[in-house]
Design a protein around this ligand. Structure first.
Ligand code: HEM
Length: 372
């Protein structure tokens, strides 16, 4: 129990029901040739398969004069639904115009740095990367252990560039499978494609034959944004203003003008004063647009001590979404949000990266195999 299969048609950790914790890591590749890069993916595959099954990494050696293969802090623990999801960033293919591993021809046209959006305040220390590992588990120690061991195995081939931990309410705090709340107190993740509907996933999530990158078929594009939320400012804002900012009621999670969390919105509905229930600049209205672009959101909250510049919390949303196309899904949504979303008064984007997440690995094969 508490094991999510590592091998499969798609990688785990995408349509998987979100676990309680995330440890997201971005790596830069230091390997100088293709052979070493392939070796890294093979070693990571073996270790990932072991850890997700709750087995230690590598053979246990009883030679006390060598460092142990596995770092040991999850001995005796369940894998806690650990998933490890791997992706490659644009800079793995080309960096400063250089074709690093003879992969230039395989770089999907979609896989390039995101455009700079108005109001972005990105910092180098939270941005970019050649590779990513998304570790999610219901136990934080299990998630961190996984990335720690993958980083250790990568020695000489890849180095950590940035990493971010995130959380949600845990199953101990509520065993009900309700939509989790973000640090603004609102349910976050209500509107998402139906992960049990293969047709919907093929349309919005999984890269299809003919999309322009055959090696990525059954994989998907990941966007991660480290978005700081000004929670002190929010906490001094009236509930009415908070709800108008999002376009939903805080407690029930229903759209303004509706009763229940999953009731559909009525964007035309007006109150007695002739005002729209869901204001024109409300986050949900702007995010939805005409409803054509759907993304699979799988975000976590983060807190990271104090922002030294302001003495306020460095807290917010580690926003993660998956989609078949960046140019047709994330980019148009974020372009609209950056222009008119009322939420912009309360948030700022500090970090950003994009990755192409491989299709799943087959037993005996390795993650990323289709690329080489
Ligand atoms: C909906 C919060 C950033 C896209 C929502 C909802 C909340 C929320 C509370 C309503 C519940 C739900 O459907 O999940 C936030 C916060 C953000 C943030 C606090 C930043 C800190 C983003 C970003 C995007 C995005 C960066 C994409 C570029 C969406 C979409 C919906 C949504 C597509 C569903 C809209 C609908 O059809 O009703 N968000 N969000 N959000 N958000 Fe965000």
């Amino acid at each position: 129990d508490a094991i999510i299969p590592f091998y499969g048609k798609h990688q785990a950790g995408i349509t998987t029901r979100p676990q309680n914790h995330i440890y997201f890591a971005s790596f830069d590749v230091t390997a100088e040739n293709r052979k070493d890069l392939i070796r890294l993916f093979q070693d990571w595959t073996e270790a990932a398969a072991a850890m997700t099954e709750g087995r230690p990494v590598g053979d246990e050696s009883d030679n006390k004069f060598l460092p142990p293969h596995d770092t040991g802090e999850v001995l005796g623990l369940s894998p806690a639904n650990l998933t490890l999801t791997f992706g490659v960033g644009p800079t793995l293919f080309t960096k400063n115009g250089k074709d690093r591993f003879g992969l230039r021809k395989k770089q999907p046209a979609e896989l390039k740095e995101l455009p700079k959006f108005p109001l972005d305040s990105l910092e180098e220390r939270w941005t970019g990367g050649d590779l990513c590992v998304q570790a999610c588990a219901d136990d934080f120690q299990v998630a961190f252990h996984a990335v720690r061991n993958l980083a250790r195995i990568a020695r000489g081939k890849a180095v950590l560039r940035w990493a971010q931990a995130g959380f949600q309410r845990t199953k101990q705090a509520s065993s009900k499978n309700e939509t989790p709340r973000n640090l603004f107190g609102f349910k976050d993740g209500t509107v998402n494609p139906d992960v049990n509907d293969p047709a919907e996933l093929n349309k919005y999530l999984w890269v299809q034959p003919g999309d322009g990158a055959d090696w990525l078929v059954d994989g998907t594009f990941l966007v991660v944004r480290r978005i700081q939320m000004f929670i002190e400012v929010w906490d001094r804002t009236s509930l009415k203003e908070q709800e108008n900012t999002i376009g939903r009621y805080r407690d029930s999670g229903a759209y303004l003008g509706q009763k229940h969390e999953f009731d559909p919105p009525d964007f035309e509905k007006k109150d007695a004063n002739g005002e729209y229930y869901i204001p024109i600049t409300a986050h949900v209205r702007v995010a939805r647009g005409d409803g054509k672009e759907k993304i699979l959101r799988r975000s976590y909250s983060y807190t990271d001590g104090i922002d030294p510049k302001t003495g306020t919390f460095d807290a917010g949303l580690l926003f993660i979404c998956f989609q078949r196309s960046l140019s047709e899904q994330f980019i148009p949504i974020q372009t609209r949000l950056a222009q008119t979303d009322h939420l912009n008064e309360y948030i700022v984007h500090r970090g950003s990266a994009v990755f192409a997440c491989f299709p799943g690995a087959k037993k005996g094969g390795y993650i990323g195999e289709s690329l080489f």
